[in-house]
Design a protein. Structure first.
Length: 163
């Protein structure tokens, strides 16, 4: 019962992820409706059985402020799938400025990548081109929906709502 449920706003935009318990209470109290049940799972009481929610939609629109993804070390690692963007290893990870700070590089989504300590030391105070190193993937600013999807088992059930 430690699964997660995708909560949609009334306009079907993804709003947040919550626990199954919280989602069930929202559906039971008619504050939301069940959009998609979890495949084959049910919640049982002494006398009744209910489908376990996977996606719910709120009955009233919630005016949520812009939900951007904050630029943090952990979020850069998450965006880069916890692997070095030069060699692909998952050990001894750190952050690397694609264009070094000393050469005018900024601390932004488009200039930060995950790198292992070895590749970061090898690249040094150079750009990847100057150091003759190739990035596996160019850095980008991730969307809020991408971060809702990551780390959740029901990801395939949520795909149509997060795209």
């Amino acid at each position: 019962m430690n699964s997660r449920v995708l909560v949609l706003n009334q306009d079907d935009s993804p709003l947040m992820v919550c626990s199954v318990q919280r989602a069930f209470v929202l559906v039971y109290l008619n504050k939301s409706e069940l959009v998609r049940p979890a495949n084959g799972y049910r919640l049982n009481s002494v006398t009744q059985s209910f489908p376990m929610p996977s996606v719910i939609r709120l009955n009233r629109y919630v005016n949520a402020p812009y939900k951007g993804v904050s630029l943090t070390r952990q979020n850069v690692f998450k965006r880069d799938n916890f692997e070095c963007q030069y060699c692909g290893t998952r050990r001894d990870l750190t952050l690397d400025h694609v264009v070094p700070s000393s050469k005018g590089g900024t601390h932004t989504w488009a200039n930060l990548v995950t790198a292992c300590k070895r590749c970061n030391a090898k690249k040094g105070d150079y750009t990847p081109e100057d150091a003759q190193m190739v990035l596996k993937r160019r850095p980008y600013k991730p969307s809020y929906a991408l971060f809702l999807r990551d780390g959740n088992i029901q990801q395939t059930e949520w795909d149509e709502y997060l795209d």
